[in-house]
Every structure is written in structure tokens, then in C-alpha cells.
Design a protein around this ligand. Sequence first.
Ligand code: C2E
Ligand code: MG
Ligand code: MG
Ligand code: MG
Length: 275
Amino acid sequence: HAKKYGRNNFQVYSSDIEGLAHSDLRMEALLHEALENKEFVLHYQPQYRADTKELHGIEALIRWNNKELGMVTPAAFIPVAEETGMIVPIGEWVLEEACRQNVTWQNAGMNPLPVSVNLSLRQFYQSDLVEKIKAILTSTGLPPEYLMLEITETIAMQEDIATGILQELKTLGVKIAMDDFGTGYSSLKYLQNFSIDHIKIDKAFVNNLFTKEGRAIVATIISLGHHLDITVVAEGVETPAQVAELKQLGCHVFQGYYFSRPLPPDLLQDEWNHS
Ligand code: C2E
Ligand code: MG
Ligand code: MG
Ligand code: MG
């Protein structure tokens, strides 16, 4: 089944597989094998401070290095991984690998920076999420402040689960970022109750920065960050005009292709050395 999907047919792959129950099963089996055969890799996208232009942090983004498909984008398998529950062991691998890699970098003398890891709602439904994160921090030796967990509004709105878990995670000392802010069920209450460290402006808003409405939304999110003392990160920054405008509006941190694509660990390390 996998064979008919070429290297660049990510979209075909994900839309083709959706709606076909037996394909989900097949995908689940493939994801299982991928985990066992260590076919997943993490790329890391740098984030830069607007004021000093220094490296501020890095976001770990998963890819599936499949023998037949090539490098598969997360959009093609994260949704199925979430539906089948495979995101739980995959997500645990991501956490462990990102923490391990960050310790390796710190031991190599790199200026210590937090690594951001995306969490899925399914992981929040696991009663042992906090225990697992604690165990990973202990086994890898990563100080908790160098792990930033990216959650979405979909997670935040499950308040009965999210509130307790996020409180425990904050007590552990890890950082929390609200990803894709404004694209989901946005509530200001989350920002107030969850002591969020970063708000990430979704790239769809950055993309609309030069429309009246788009600019107003971005300006409002940045202003909210300033008033609540939360660092604002703009995602999907692609042009110098966007950089200039975002800087003007007071955005703290930039992430996007204009600065760098997500990079494999060795290339990210070069970037880090020269920043
Ligand atoms: P995200 O967490 O919002 O990550 C940002 C996405 O935007 C990444 O896509 C990144 O490559 C892309 N991006 C960054 N700068 C630019 C830009 O300037 N222009 C454009 N067009 N895109 C940019 P990617 O790596 O394909 O990941 C897509 C999504 O998959 C992520 O969105 C996240 O929701 C999910 N994801 C990735 N890795 C993981 C993971 O380990 N676990 C979970 N649960 N989800 C993950
Ligand atoms: Mg993210
Ligand atoms: Mg995002
Ligand atoms: Mg996004």
C-alpha cells in the first residue's frame, strides 16, 4: 500500500488514508514498526530574540524517515497517530529524544536553551503523563527549565484534566507554551490560570499581517502578552517585511523560514555555534 505514495506526495498520503478504516489499521501497524525500527527523527527549528537576535530556544518537530516514502511530514501521520493512540508511545519517544539531545548539546558546551516539544491531547489523557516526564528528566539529566511543552487550546479547554496536569508540570519546573494561539477555542482564562510562559502566534495570522484585520489580531495578541508578562513568539515568519512589522508591534521572539527551516541536529548545532 505504501508504495504508491511518492516522496513528495505527503498530502495525497494523508487525505487518501483518511476515511478508510482498514488504512488506519495499516497505518497503525506501520507506525508501530517505525517506532521499533527507529525510523522517526527530530528536526529542530531555531527561535530568535527580536531585541538581541540571539538564539532563544528550539522547537523539536518530528519526521518519519520511511524507506519507501522518504521524509514524511507530521501532517501525514500525526492525525492517524492521534486517532489510533500511537501518539502516546511516539510522543514519549519525542520527549525522551528531545531531552537527550538537549543534554548532549549542553554537555558539548552549547549555551543552554530550552527545547520545545509538542504534546497531543491523547497524552494528556494518560494518567501517568507527569510521572513519565519526571522520569525522562531524571534519566536524561535535563534540568526541567530546559524543557518547554507546547500545548494547544484543544488541550487547555479540557479543563478538568488540563488544570491539574499543568499545575503539576509547573511545579516540576518545566515551561509551557500555548501553540497556534487564536486558532482554536481561545479563552483568556487559560492564560490566567495556567501560568503560560509563551504564547505562539499561529502562522496563519502572521501570513495575514498586512491586512487590517490580521494586523489587529497580531497586535492584540502581542499586547496581551505584554500585559500578562508572557513572551510572544511569532510562527511562520517568512519575509523581512513581517520581521519589521512584528518588531514594531513588540513581538519578542521569531520562528520561521525567513530565519531557518527545521534542521537535523548536526545543522542545528552549526547554527547554534554561530549565533
Ligand atoms: P506546530 O507545532 O505549530 O509547528 C510549526 C510548524 O510550522 C512546523 O511544521 C514548521 O516546520 C512550520 N513552519 C515553521 N516556520 C514556517 C514558515 O516560515 N512557513 C511555513 N509555511 N511553515 C513554517 P511541521 O514540522 O510540518 O509540523 C506540523 C505540525 O505537526 C506541528 O505544528 C505540530 O502541531 C505537529 N507536530 C510536529 N511534531 C510533533 C510531535 O513531536 N508531536 C506532536 N504531537 N505533534 C507534532
Ligand atoms: Mg509547536
Ligand atoms: Mg504552532
Ligand atoms: Mg501550527
